[in-house]
Design a protein around this ligand. Structure first.
Ligand SMILES: Cc1ncc(COP(=O)(O)O)c(C=O)c1O
Length: 470
């Protein structure tokens, strides 16, 4: 159990509790099968809300570190195979040695843009200029809805690249996806409103909504994206549907055109809202870029949301939402009470990065690069794990969904790989109630060559086969 000193030093939130247990397990201090304190006991000891401990335990279970055994309590997953740490003499592959930045953060992580290909010099140049030109009046509170030139630059980008008709006054700049969801629901939702989410769906979206919406329901996803027939049959009365139409997260399928129209018609009839999460819509490879669902929305029922985490860098923490015209006044009024505006400097830097055209050039390059890196990763997977995985769709997104052809050991494999600093996600953790599929969700955007991908996977190949043979 964490000590009182640890509690004091860590200003306990769910993240600190999560990290504490994860570290204890990875360091071997907590062993597979060990019991951990119950949520009630730990919350009492740490003097934090039960929800805080619950949140940490849920993530630890989702990642496969913990298993809950009902009345028998919670344990460290007995099936967790703790392999030798990545620093063991045979572990680090030579090919990865010249990648210090990424190496420090673990490989194959989901949703990280290619850090080696980002035009950092340009970014720094603009940053310097912007910092030096800050005027005294800009040192006062930043505008709540965002820096005006950035709102305009985002509106033009959405019009040109995502096929929208967006006015600058419709853009509300936020710190990203979760801030978007929180703000939309705070402004537009009533406490009794039903909210729908895809199943499987983005792990952190699901976790956030579970905590902030009392009436959350799930809609299955198939080859054509979210199942709108199901939605209409069981949840036609819902007020919000959060969807990822361009590349479903995590399955990466694209919502079919008939379903797009069906979903829009539902929202129009019910006067409900569709929240479109277009997190990586730019990255479609074999066909042309797919226009956003919002571009078909003739009745202004779609609240479009986007982020610069995938196109620039996650650490920037800048995202945005496009307010339907009829809601702008409500967003402005409540926004003034709930939000404080983002720091001005990064917004100014980004605005210039967009208006000078660097952003567009960068995305264009990344489309080509990601396509190459994706195929390197697929080749390496087949090379190191012949016959083990099946990949259904290969034309979009920033990750590969490698379904296990047999078995259900995705949690165990992901935990094993994490021991070797390969941070993939077990697909089954993203399901709530729909029949689970098993596999790994693998980021490939920072893979620089087939050899590097092969070397990374070679770290874990023998141990993975051994695990599956048990
Ligand atoms: C499905 C999905 N939506 C949104 C985001 C972006 O989140 P944020 O804007 O908070 O970085 C991600 C990032 O991984 C994602 O996977």
């Amino acid at each position: 159990m964490p000590s009182a000193r640890w509690v004091e030093e860590n200003r306990v939130g769910y993240k600190a509790i999560y990290q504490h247990f994860r570290q204890q397990i990875l360091a071997g201090h907590l062993k597979p099968g060990d019991r951990v304190p119950s949520i009630r006991v730990l919350a009492g000891e740490l003097q934090v809300a039960r929800k805080t401990v619950e949140a940490a335990y849920e993530i630890l279970s989702g990642e496969g570190y913990f298993v809950s055994q009902g009345a028998k309590g919670t344990r460290v997953n007995p099936q967790l195979k703790l392999a030798a740490p990545a620093t063991a003499p045979d572990a680090p592959p030579a090919a990865a040695a010249h990648l210090p930045v990424i190496e420090n953060h673990g490989e194959l992580r989901l949703g990280i843009p290619a850090l080696d290909a980002f035009p950092l010099k340009k970014w720094l140049l603009i940053s310097g200029k912007v910092a030096r030109s800050l005027r005294p009046e800009e040192m006062i509170t930043p505008p709540v809805m965002g820096y005006q030139p950035l709102r305009s630059a985002i509106a033009s980008y959405l019009n040109i690249s995502r096929g929208l008709q967006c006015q600058p006054e419709q853009v509300f700049i936020t710190s990203g996806y979760r801030a978007n969801l929180r703000l939309i629901l705070a402004v537009l939702a009533q406490p009794h409103d039903k909210v729908l989410f895809e199943d499987p769906g983005y792990f952190f979206g699901q976790q956030l909504l579970k905590r902030i919406t009392p009436h959350l329901h799930f809609v299955p996803v198939d080859q054509q994206g979210v199942d709108v027939d199901y939605l209409q049959r069981y949840h036609a009365d819902a007020r919000f549907a959060v969807v990822t139409p361009t590349h479903q997260s995590p399955l990466a399928v694209t919502l079919s055109l008939p379903r797009k129209h069906q979903l829009l018609a539902w929202a129009q009839q019910q006067h409900s809202w569709i929240i479109e999460d277009d997190y990586d819509g730019e990255f479609h490879y074999t066909r042309k870029v797919i226009p956003a669902l919002k571009s078909l929305d003739t009745h202004d029922r779609v609240i479009y949301t986007g982020t610069f985490s995938k196109t620039v860098m996650p650490a920037l923490r800048i995202g945005y939402l496009m307010m339907p015209q009829a809601t702008i006044a409500r967003f402005r009024e409540l926004g003034e009470m709930l939000e404080t505006g983002l720091p001005l400097l990064p917004q100014k830097i980004l605005a210039q990065f967009l208006s000078e055209g660097h952003f567009y050039r960068h995305i264009k390059k990344m489309r080509i690069l990601y396509q190459q890196r994706r195929s390197m990763m697929l080749q390496a997977l087949e090379h190191c794990f012949p016959g083990l995985f099946q990949v259904e769709r290969a034309d979009g997104g920033m990750h590969i969904v490698a379904f296990l052809r047999r078995g259900t050991a995705d949690h165990a494999i992901a935990s094993l790989w994490a021991q070797h600093a390969l941070f993939v996600r077990p697909l089954s953790a993203w399901y709530v109630q729909t029949q689970k599929r098993y596999g790994l969700v693998i980021g490939y955007t920072n893979i620089q060559s087939f050899e590097q991908a092969r070397a990374l996977l070679a770290r874990v190949a023998d141990a993975t086969w051994a695990l599956l043979a048990v």
